[in-house]
Design a protein around this ligand. Structure first.
Ligand code: NAP
Length: 132
């Protein structure tokens, strides 16, 4: 059993991740914004914590306070009108999270980063896949 922080917990994929975390017997810390819809996160083993990716010191304190052992970093923008917003949320927030980790008192066992297909680009499908 471990303490698992899930970012983007209020999103489509985040909800599934939180459920899987508690189904596997862990304690889930759902990192959300004050404005996030948390109706699907009501469970005694899911603890809602308000999380600000712009506040490195604040994140470091929360990581230490809740003795986080695993992080599933799933918060992200799947679409945005502003490229700068896209970059800020999908890249800079990961950087801030890593900085918070280095300022915290915890020793993380594992960080899982949920990236996007957009980072890879369209797949080139080899003909040989279809000819077997
Ligand atoms: N859905 C897919 O098929 C798919 C496939 C491959 C990869 N992914 C990746 O999986 C991740 C989650 O996708 P999803 O489909 O679950 O998206 P989603 O339903 O839009 O959820 C996004 C989550 O990220 C949070 N978030 C967005 N902007 C934020 C910000 N500025 N600050 C803090 N939190 C923020 C949202 O919080 P709020 O609720 O407060 O808005 C929400 O919890 C993304 O990184 C996406 O690229 C998704």
């Amino acid at each position: 059993m471990g303490n698992v922080l899930v970012t983007g917990a209020s999103g489509f994929i985040g909800g599934f991740i939180c459920n899987e975390v508690i189904n596997r017997g862990h304690i889930c810390f759902a990192a959300v914004r004050p404005s996030s819809d948390t109706r699907d996160l009501r469970h005694e083993n899911i603890h809602i914590i308000h999380w600000d990716f712009n506040d490195v010191r604040g994140m470091a304190d929360l990581l230490s306070k809740y003795k986080i052992e695993y992080i599933i970093h799933n918060a992200g923008l799947t679409k945005s009108r502003e490229e700068s917003e896209f970059f800020k949320v999908n890249a800079e927030y990961l950087e801030n999270l890593c900085e918070a980790l280095s300022q915290s008192a915890i020793t993380l066992k594992k960080l899982v980063f949920v990236s996007s297909l957009a980072a890879y680009g369209p797949a080139v499908i080899s003909k040989s896949l279809f000819c077997q």
